[in-house]
Design a protein around this ligand. Structure first.
Ligand code: NAP
Ligand code: G4F
Length: 325
């Protein structure tokens, strides 16, 4: 039985990845940090019905000793480093914490693997945010990076450290440059979930409007359930490498909103309020990924359309809100 260690197992991707790996017969271990409110923030694992099937280990990406101990004890065949301060807007308010966790945290994890289990296959959760002020209209593995936030700068450090450990120490370390991916398990602060939750509230008479920032920004959005398959495929290859994972379609926040409102028979323009306070100090105006390499080498392709995903998210939020009334 193969053993996997997932950092960030309580997050959106960690939960879907754990579900995928359990389905493939893996023994799944997840690193979790202490919280004073509950023993473990396992709401997403419970939502997927897998909380009892994974083994959780205490640790923090900022604490190298906890990572060394975890890797030594678990002896994983595969390590997925998904943990991060992942919200771009917060990275301007907490740039040092973002650097320490999203950036240096990856270096800590690479060190733990290099010292305790150097033959483990390693996955780093890199991001299309690294392209930032895009240097090419369609972004691929060869497109130059131009990070536009402390989050993106931290991810770029982690990305190059992953490449560096592969080239310096021969680690089987791959970096997945994933474009935005969403699901009903997406954190409420991210725009798709904020919209689907907001639309559900309006539909149920719990709210009158929805306040957003820059709705002209364009993103290449896919479904998290599809994207975790690409992570796994990368670690099954004989040779580690870097891959863009994207749908190849870009849509404005405005049009994504329309899909959500229309699903509930509502008109977006009657409820949307633009709030300048929600604009960012520097914006990533447009992202559009070219996943040709992932398609040809991994046989990976997205399976869920933006429309189907947004409708699934709205339905899940309607259900959640109705149940809590
Ligand atoms: P997420 O839902 O925000 O999950 C982040 C996870 O990291 C949570 O489990 C969180 O634990 C954990 N974490 C945060 N700080 C930690 C620390 N100091 N030590 C240990 N764990 C810590 O993020 P996601 O959407 O699943 O994304 C997964 C990864 O992919 C992230 O690295 C993100 O930056 C990257 N990424 C995401 C996307 C996307 O569109 N979703 C695209 C490209 C790259 P708690 O539950 O305790 O908070
Ligand atoms: O949903 P977002 O917060 O995601 P963002 O900044 O693109 O980052 C996400 O995707 C990255 C991959 O490219 C990940 F690496 C990262 O961890 C995260 O998962 O914002 C999307 C767009 C932005 O242009 C933002 O300015 O939506 C715009 N937006 C407009 N109004 C808003 C809002 N974003 C949020 N969160 N909230 C708003 O009210």
């Amino acid at each position: 039985m193969k053993k996997a260690l997932i950092t960030g197992i309580t997050g959106q991707d960690g939960a879907y990845l754990a579900q995928l790996l359990l389905g493939k017969g893996y023994d799944v271990h997840g690193l979790v940090r202490r919280s004073s409110t509950t023993d473990v923030n396992d709401v997403r694992l419970r939502w997927l019905g897998i909380a009892q099937d994974v083994r959780l280990v205490d640790g923090d990406l900022a604490d190298l000793s906890s990572l060394l101990r975890t890797v030594r004890t678990v002896q994983p065949d595969e390590v997925y480093n998904l943990a991060a301060q992942s919200f771009v807007k917060t990275s301007w308010q907490q740039p040092l914490l973002t650097g320490a966790i999203t950036g240096l945290g990856c270096a800590n994890m690479l060190e733990a693997v290099r010292i305790e289990k150097p033959d483990a296959h390693f996955y780093q959760a890199s991001s299309s945010e690294m392209y930032g002020l895009v240097q090419e209209p369609l972004q691929s593995e060869s497109t130059p990076f131009y990070p536009r936030s402390p989050y993106a700068a931290a991810k770029l450090y982690a990305h190059w450290m992953t490449v560096n450990y592969r080239e310096s120490f021969g680690l089987h370390a791959s970096s997945g440059i994933l474009f935005n991916h969403e699901s009903p398990l997406r954190g409420i602060e991210f725009v798709t979930r904020k919209v689907t939750d907001g639309v559900a509230r309006i539909k149920l008479g719990l709210a009158g409007n929805l306040r957003l920032g820059n709705i002209d920004a364009k993103r290449d959005w896919g479904h998290a359930r599809d994207y975790v398959k690409a992570m796994w495929l990368m670690l099954q290859q004989q040779i580690a490498d870097d891959y863009v994972v994207a749908t190849g379609r870009t849509v404005t926040v405005r049009d994504m909103c329309r899909i959500a409102f229309e699903h509930c028979g509502l008109a977006a323009e009657e409820h949307l309020v633009i709030d300048p306070a929600l604009f960012r100090p520097a914006e990533v105006d447009v992202l559009l990924g070219d996943a040709a390499k992932a398609k040809s080498r991994l046989g990976w392709e997205p399976e869920t359309s933006l429309e189907d995903m947004i409708r699934e998210m709205v339905d899940a939020d309607l259900k959640r809100l109705s149940a809590s009334r």
